[in-house]
Structure formats: structure tokens, C-alpha cells
Design a protein around this ligand. Structure first.
Ligand SMILES: [Zn+2]
Length: 274
């Protein structure tokens, strides 16, 4: 019985490989002269020496190249990751007249940076007090519902331009003879106030004006009502007692977080004080 031509029995493979190796030897011996054969056979020590030294050098070179590339890539990634803090460190201090720089998370003396709301987004929520229209709508609804419960919520402050915040921080703060750090615990530096967004507001108790902008506000019916209900209108306390931001406890200062824009703006602060 003959094997089919496609099958490769051991004998066939052997024969084939024998033929192949035989023919390749034939080509090698035909193509190379005696010295060529000699370099394969007699000069083995030379070949060994060159094989021992050259690959080692090549390996070391490749290793150094790899290390250098990794170092370079690592440094570039670190620079890219921390490009904002690095730029901040290289730039002049962000607030003129205040020789303090922002930390890694962007905070300046505890306060995050905030943009100023465009005037087109602002509406009056009380005489002379503007808020972002989304915050104004919810505050007025909250004020009405509190009034129905016999509680008087009074809007004391809302949107503040960066220029007004500058006046409050530098002029009013210096009148009190406070250092920048002391001032920052009670008032944000210009460009770092939640009030500039139009989403933050200071609330007082209409029946207890003596507690306005004071920690004693926490003992008023207005504060108790806010603690129970403000979250239903998407308002939250920005600086609760013992907050990790390092800002003094402000029971009167609330911020609106009921829109995607407001949530995005306050996300860094939220991460710090959930
Ligand atoms: Zn405030």
C-alpha cells in the first residue's frame, strides 16, 4: 500500500528533511569558500568571544535606552498631570496685593477659584440683591414656603462682582486690622468667592436681625427651618462647622446646586466637604 501524496509519514518527513538539509549544505558549500567554512569550524573561540561581548554591550545599551525613555515618559506624564499647579507656581500670585499662591487643588487660603457670573444670568431676588436666575427662582419658592410655615427668610447678600469682593477683602478687611489669613477665614479673596457665581447667598432671620451674619444665626427658627428643608430646593450649607476647607463656620451662607452648571462649579468643594 502506498501512502497518499499529501500524507507526511515519518519516513517521508525524514526523507524530505534529509533532502532539504542535504541541499542546503550543498548550497552553503557551493556558495562559501574555504575560509567561510573555516570561520564556522576552526575559529569558534573568536566567534565565542565576539558573541559574549557584543550582545552584552547591546543589551546594556538597550537597557539604558529603555530606562531613559521610561524616565522621559514618566517626567512628561507628571508634567502633564500637574500642568495646572506647575503653571500656577510659575505665574505671579493670582490676587494682586496678596502674596499667597494656590495649593495643588487650586485653593487660595482655603477658598476655591470661581468665575464671575455674566450679568445676563442674573436677576434681582430682593431689592438690590441679584442671584443667578436658577438660584433666584428656587430661593423665592423656598422663602414663600417658609413664610407659610411662619418662618421669615431674609436675603442678606447674593451675587457679588469680583470688584466688590476685592473691596470687601482688602478695604473692609484692613479696616479690621486683620492679616490676609485671618481675613480669608471670614471673607474669600477676590476671584475665590462663591458669591461671584450668583449661586451663593447669605440668609438671615427676618425676626432676628441681631443674628445676621453671626454664628448665633444657628439658634434661630430660620436656620432650623433651612436645616430641615433647604435641600428640597437644592440649597446646601457651604461651610459647615469643622469643614475641611478651613473656612470659619457660616450657618448663614448657602449655595444652590440644583443645575448641572452649579454642580460642576462646586464639584471641587463638594469633593473636599461631602
Ligand atoms: Zn456668604
Amino acid at each position: 500500500m502506498r501512502n497518499p501524496p499529501s500524507s507526511s509519514s515519518p519516513s517521508n518527513r525524514q526523507n524530505g528533511s534529509k533532502r532539504d538539509s542535504g541541499s542546503s549544505r550543498g548550497i552553503a558549500s557551493a556558495g562559501t569558500s574555504q575560509p567561510g567554512l573555516g570561520s564556522e569550524g576552526h575559529d569558534i573561540p573568536v566567534a565565542r568571544r565576539s558573541q559574549l561581548i557584543k550582545p552584552q554591550r547591546r543589551f546594556r545599551f538597550r537597557q539604558s535606552l529603555l530606562t531613559a525613555t521610561l524616565l522621559l515618559a514618566g517626567t512628561a506624564s507628571l508634567i502633564w498631570l500637574f500642568r495646572d499647579p506647575i503653571q500656577r507656581q510659575l505665574a505671579p500670585p493670582p490676587v494682586r496685593g496678596l502674596n499667597v499662591r494656590q495649593g495643588l487643588d487650586g485653593r487660595l487660603l482655603g477658598h476655591f477659584p470661581y468665575p464671575e457670573a455674566p450679568s445676563s444670568d442674573l436677576v434681582d431676588a430682593a431689592p438690590g440683591i441679584a442671584l443667578h436666575r436658577d438660584a433666584a427662582e428656587k430661593f423665592l419658592a423656598m422663602q414663600r414656603d417658609a413664610a407659610a410655615d411662619g418662618v421669615s427668610l431674609r436675603l442678606l447678600s447674593g451675587f457679588r462682582s469680583i470688584a466688590l469682593q476685592k473691596h470687601l477683602f482688602f478695604d473692609v478687611g484692613s479696616q479690621r486690622n486683620q492679616s490676609a489669613e485671618q481675613r480669608a477665614r471670614v471673607s474669600a479673596p477676590p476671584g475665590f468667592s462663591e458669591h461671584s457665581t450668583g449661586y451663593a447667598l447669605d440668609i438671615g432671620d427676618g425676626q432676628r436681625a441681631d443674628t445676621n451674619l453671626s454664628q448665633s444665626f444657628e439658634a434661630t427658627p430660620a436656620f432650623a427651618w433651612l436645616v430641615q428643608n433647604a435641600n428640597r430646593y437644592h440649597f446646601g450649607l457651604s461651610f459647615p462647622a469643622g469643614n475641611t476647607q478651613g473656612v470659619n463656620y457660616e450657618p448663614w451662607h448657602w449655595r444652590f446646586e440644583g443645575s448641572a452648571e452649579a454642580l460642576t462649579l462646586f464639584e471641587p468643594a463638594h469633593r473636599l466637604t461631602p
